[in-house]
Design a protein around this ligand. Structure first.
Ligand SMILES: C[S@@+](CC[C@H](N)C(=O)[O-])C[C@H]1O[C@@H](n2cnc3c(N)ncnc32)[C@H](O)[C@@H]1O
Length: 234
């Protein structure tokens, strides 16, 4: 994955977005409309990796931002664990669900209805930025700006945790095919080398492992076709 010498302008990014209009907020609204669908991440179980890192004190308590927070299952784990949490998602249906869950749990999570690229994120404000399954739905031309926004949001020494598709979990499309076919095909898979190239330069990678699959009915979420990545802003 090569890095362009000059980042695309906001106008160029918006033009490229239009080429790939198959996975936008309205698509996610329809996806979240039926909460009874057997979608693994529609449950309440938080990610096993996040739970482990918090439990073991690898990620100390502090401020946290959950990017593409969906129904709030990870934001709620963080709030219960003592983090001051904000979540952002551009699907109103997802965010409404997260709001209901947060209220039911009696927790105080600040939820923002916005694209992660449009939210005004205070620089160096977060001890933890977390992303479970958002990055792999971003088109290739948004990768650079996403890495920049995550890095800018973190305090020095802050942590970035992420789960994303391994090659076998993604659509198998190359970046070139994404633009030829004008689709992400359901989300992009990443190789270990690809993730190290993307995240290893601005951040220091602490852990990059396969997510641990969880048995049915587990209180935790884990799928073997996902990576679990933990990196630190130096
Ligand atoms: C696979 S779902 C995962 C949801 C949640 N993180 C979880 O693990 O349960 C991806 C989420 O990212 C959100 N998303 C994708 N692109 C986004 C963007 N540019 N800005 C904000 N949210 C986005 C979608 O609306 C969706 O809720």
């Amino acid at each position: 994955m090569t890095r362009p010498e000059t980042p695309p302008s906001p106008h160029q990014l918006a033009e490229l977005d239009l080429l790939l209009a198959d996975r936008q907020s309205d698509w996610w609204d329809r996806f979240y409309a039926d909460r009874a669908k057997p979608v693994p991440f529609f449950g309440t179980a938080p990610d096993e990796c996040l739970s482990e890192w918090v439990r073991d004190g690898v990620i100390p308590r502090g401020t946290a931002l959950d990017l593409g927070c969906g129904n709030g299952r990870n934001a709620i784990l963080l709030a219960r664990s003592g983090f001051a949490v904000e979540g952002v998602d551009y699907s109103q249906a997802a965010l409404g669900w997260a709001g209901e869950r947060v209220k039911e749990a009696g927790l105080g999570v600040r939820l923002h209805h916005a694209s992660v690229f449009e939210l005004s994120i205070e620089p160096a404000a977060y001890d933890l930025v977390y992303d479970s399954g958002c990055f792999h739905h971003l088109p290739p031309h948004r990768r650079e700006s996403y890495v920049r926004l995550v890095t800018a949001a973190l305090k020095p020494g802050g942590w970035f945790g992420m789960t994303c598709f391994r090659p076998e979990g993604g659509s198998g499309l190359t970046d070139e095919q994404v633009y030829e076919r004008r689709t992400l095909g359901g989300g992009l898979g990443y190789t270990e080398q690809g993730l190290r190239e993307i995240w290893g330069e601005p951040l220091r990678i602490h852990t990059l492992r396969q997510m641990k699959p969880q048995p049915a009915g587990s209180a935790l979420f884990g799928q073997s076709f996902l990576w679990a990545l933990l990196a630190q802003r130096t």
